[in-house]
Design a protein around this ligand. Sequence first.
Ligand SMILES: Cc1cc2nc3c(=O)[nH]c(=O)nc-3n(C[C@H](O)[C@H](O)[C@H](O)COP(=O)(O)OP(=O)(O)OC[C@H]3O[C@@H](n4cnc5c(N)ncnc54)[C@H](O)[C@@H]3O)c2cc1C
Ligand code: FES
Length: 345
Amino acid sequence: MSYRIALNFEDGVTRFIDCHPGEKVLDAAFRAKVNLPMDCSDGVCGTCKCRAEGGAYDLGEDYIDEALTEDEAQAGLVLTCQMVPSSDCTLAVPVTSAACKTGTSSFKAAVVDVVPHQDAALELKLEALGDAPAFLPGQYVNIAVPGSGGQTRSYSFSSPPGSDAPAFLIKRVPGGLMSGYLNSASPGQVLELTGPLGSFYLRPVTRPVLMLAGGTGLAPFLSMLAQLEASGCEQPVYLMYGVTRGADLVLVEQLQGFAQRLDFFSFDTCVVDPASRHPRIGYVTDHLMPEALHDGQVDVYLCGPPPMVDAVRNHFTDLKVEPAGFYYEKFTPNAPANRSQDLAA
Ligand SMILES: Cc1cc2nc3c(=O)[nH]c(=O)nc-3n(C[C@H](O)[C@H](O)[C@H](O)COP(=O)(O)OP(=O)(O)OC[C@H]3O[C@@H](n4cnc5c(N)ncnc54)[C@H](O)[C@@H]3O)c2cc1C
Ligand code: FES
């Protein structure tokens, strides 16, 4: 048996390494050919300091206070040359992956199905060829669009971590490169994926959680909720899911399923379109009850198109609420596609 250690580098790249029971993280990383920052490897210099963002571990006893103070240890900092995990762990490494002589992983997966949701979105369902891709719930991959000369698009996993059936929820963009490909994708076609990437992932839940999703920004929350269902959760988790038109509300039945099964989870939806018959018309910020903010003692996760993310951040500033934890992902579109490189129609 060994523990899975997620190393999240400053540039958003994540590498997973296996750490044997009793093994120090620095040694496990070295075995995996990842050169984590280090100098003395003896608990003296502090060069190997990282932030533990989840998991159980022993800090070790052979380090001096100058390398890691009591306050730093209390705040979750660790010395990887001393730290011995006793569960799977997540570590934020304060340098780039290139500085550690590593980089993104890539894997292949075959198309199983593309499920349309009216004109709003598509669910891309894949089957991993080889090991199931490791990722943290909330992270994304870059998918190369077949026939596009290597162009890629980023998509957040909507499937649970550890699943060998990666899935994605993808907005239909008229004339879009990936949208165009998915309209004619056939089962069995092999896709190249690079990742996992990103620092938008579920942290250990130690206080109430507020999830705010805009459109297909729902995807990472489906993965996070699956993880919470598997691990259990003792804090309330509330999701507000906002879309532009009524037809854009997709996979609500999955949210209803989570809400029925999980007593800690509840959600609401809202629609911007004033012509909609939806009971909540407006933006997510229009319908956010003060209770959902728990006087700031809340971890906020926010994902959607850039204008929505910016609007929510401004809303918190206006309310003078500073959430204890605040994590967001913007679904920034690529620069307009170069039509000459697009797929043949
Ligand atoms: C970290 C990250 C994670 C992402 N995760 C997801 C995800 O899980 N699901 C998802 O649907 N998208 C996600 N995106 C957005 C995604 O990567 C693509 O930008 C999007 O799917 C459009 O790709 P396309 O090839 O279909 O269109 P493109 O060929 O890239 O674009 C065609 C035209 O449409 C415009 N356009 C692109 N996107 C939009 C849009 N959303 N609304 C209006 N116009 C647009 C472009 O500017 C361009 O002019 C993510 C983006 C990032 C950065
Ligand atoms: S490498 Fe010097 S304290 Fe860890």
